[in-house]
Unconditional design. Sequence first.
Length: 220
Amino acid sequence: MTAPPRPGADYDRISAASDEDLAAELLALTPTHEGRDPGQLREWARTALAFGRELADTAGAGPGGAGAEVTDRAAGGLRPGEVLLAEYLHRASGDRVIVYADALDYARGVAEEAGWGRDYPRAALRGAALAHEEAHRMLHRGHGRELRRRLGHTALRLGPLRVRGHVAGADEIAAHAYAARRGALRRSPLALTAAIAATLAHRGTDQYGPGPRTTSGDRP
């Protein structure tokens, strides 16, 4: 298992924070939101969280990642500046989810270092990563339009014409909320994501790169 660095008091702060607090903080880490009004970020976080929970409540029964081929790989999840637990790939030949064991090991190490080991057993963590990617799959297949509508971000106005904009990171927040609702974790996936981001920020520039980014990613 890769030993994570120690970000110290960050774990205590994260443990005491609400999902809304953590979601707003993660949005603030997104480069396109630098200098964005904190109140606006919190509103977007609240909307994305609610949408993800609603999506989970209305989704059909079955494990996360249902309808997509799931492949487990031993390595590939620890990349420059990020820890990638799982990745959704949309292909004409069929959707696919890849789960990375090295990233799951890193996440488990962070959980244990923070004193949350019992809250994030490996099997439940893998299940949450699959649920997260199932949320991305649903967003990609049409639910993302409704999320953008609810966020209400206007990217451009031309007279009476309004172009609805994408809120970077909102889909990740919604997917975390979906996974929290559908999974068996005893503590929010957002808390672990924030803790992993703290280890990356604490690590600085090294083999994984300078940027604090952690996700269960999706690629079209």
